[in-house]
Design a protein around this ligand. Sequence first.
Ligand code: SF4
Length: 92
Amino acid sequence: MKPEYLRIDPTACAGHGICAELLPEMIKLDEWGYPILDQAPVSPPLRQHAQRAVSFCPTLALSFRADPATGRPPPCPRSSPGSATPTAAQRK
Ligand code: SF4
C-alpha cells in the first residue's frame, strides 16, 4: 500500500478545528484555530482516525493525497488500466 498524506485546501478550510479534535496525533491548531498538518504519511494505526477527520470536515477541505509534492489524490481502486471504460467498438 502506498503511503497517504493529509492535505488541506486552505481556501476551503473555515477553521472549525474538528479535524484536530478527531486526529490530534497529526493535526494541531494554530493561534487562529486553523490546522497545521503533520507532513509525515498517515501511519496504518491512524488511518481510521484520519478517515474520520476527512469525512467529518464540514467544508471538505481535508483530504488524502498520495503524493504531497504533486497534491495528486490516491488512485481510485476502480480506475486501474484493466477496468477502463470500454470503447464504442468494445461495447458492440
Ligand atoms: S475540520 Fe475542515 S474546515 Fe475545520 S479546521 Fe479542519 S480542515 Fe478546516
